[in-house]
Design a protein around this ligand. Structure first.
Ligand code: AMP
Ligand code: MG
Length: 352
């Protein structure tokens, strides 16, 4: 299959009517279209069409028990797909939609089991990105969309990442430039008395608690689960975000971390193992390594979040076999950054 790639101006999608007409016709015919959102690129199909939805799993190599997020173009479309919108859900919607937070609801019959991964609940998001909204509106149906990457790889934050992973496996890519936040949406389940954070993102725990009071955090967000434990978001059990290299997180004060990493880089050089370091603007000069990737400034965690997946993908182009990355503070968006890094590293953390 030839994948059509069309560039649009993310802020003014209306100028590209013909592109969206074409994308909508692909969706109506049961095809797949990758599109930008403020979190990461999504791989969209008609959420009501089980055959179209199955193609998403095939194109990504995604396990079929990992449900998809259903995207709507207006909050008024929510009641078409879910039942029982609780008071707490309403508060979250009013505070953060449109935006980078996904809410779990009881699903309506018309959402097929293929979309919900066999669950009786469905995850819904109303994105803020104008291109995403214009695309969904033109399609006239809710759009099921996981991240538009090969399963297990870092999520795509640029159209080129989608092309790299899925070229010739999907019908179309709408290129709307780099994604604003660069981390997948926060996921919250409000079905229990105390709501539970299933995946941290750019809408942080503190921001949610500021609106609805105390919430729990699913254990899978913070640590590796044992064999017999299950995360509440099925997708959190899969290895994720991994470049080809082995990733290791090094935790401690900056001087000790740099000393430890430099020692390993030296040893690796003797052994002929090509090594990379992911550093910040503040720490880059502390490393003696040929392959340093700067992820952003320690004073700007949002910048680190938005560069994270791009930097993990660049590790592959450096062709390193081991990558060391400093641990970040887990406050605010740091919880989401460290959640993704821990998964990329298979929870491999060196404490110094
Ligand atoms: P992705 O769209 O690739 O970012 O993945 C969607 C994430 O949402 C996965 O981790 C899923 O397991 C999670 N998810 C989707 N629907 C549900 C649901 N009904 N209940 C719990 N988690 C869900
Ligand atoms: Mg994903």
């Amino acid at each position: 299959m030839k994948t059509i790639i069309e560039k649009v101006d993310s802020e003014n999608p209306q100028k590209y009517e013909a592109v969206f007409m074409k994308a909508a016709s692909v969706i109506k015919n049961g095809g797949l279209v990758a599109f930008p959102t403020e979190t990461v690129y999504g791989l969209g199909a008609n959420a009501l069409d089980p055959i179209a939805v199955k193609k998403i799993y095939t194109a990504k190599g995604r396990p079929s028990d990992n449900p998809l997020i259903v995207h709507i173009s207006d909050v008024t479309e929510l009641n078409d797909v879910v039942v029982d919108v609780s008071e707490k859900a309403e508060k979250i919607i009013n505070a953060f939609w449109p935006g980078p937070i996904t809410i779990i609801f009881k699903k309506r019959e018309l959402i097929p089991m293929e979309t919900s991964g066999g669950l009786s609940t469905v995850a819904v998001r109303f994105p803020e990105n104008e291109t995403a909204r214009f695309f969904i509106k033109k399609c006239g149906v809710p759009i099921a969309a996981p991240s538009a990457n090969s399963s297990g790889k870092p999520s795509p934050t640029k159209a080129e990442h989608v092309k790299f992973d899925l070229d010739s496996r999907i019908d179309m890519i709408i290129d709307g430039g780099a994604c604003k936040f660069g981390l997948e949406s926060t996921i919250i389940d409000v079905s229990s008395e105390i709501p539970c954070l299933l995946r941290p993102g750019s809408v942080t725990k503190d921001m949610i608690e500021g609106i609805i009071g105390e919430i729990n955090v699913d254990k899978a967000v913070l640590e590796k689960l044992s064999e017999n434990e299950k995360p509440k978001a099925p997708g959190m059990k899969y290895k994720h975000y991994s470049p080809k290299a082995d990733v290791k997180i090094v935790k401690g004060n900056a001087v000790d971390v740099a000393e430890k990493i430099n020692a390993i880089v030296r040893e690796n050089m003797i052994k002929g193992i090509k090594t990379g370091v992911i550093a910040t603007e503040q720490t880059r000069d502390m490393y003696k390594c040929d392959n340093i990737l700067v992820i952003g400034s320690l004073n700007n965690p949002e910048e680190i979040a938005s560069n994270l997946f791009d930097v993990l993908r660049k590790c592959d182009s450096f062709e390193v076999s081991q990558v060391f990355v400093e641990a970040f503070d887990e406050d605010g968006v740091g919880m989401a950054i460290m959640n993704r890094l821990k998964k990329a590293a298979g929870y491999n953390i060196i404490n110094v």
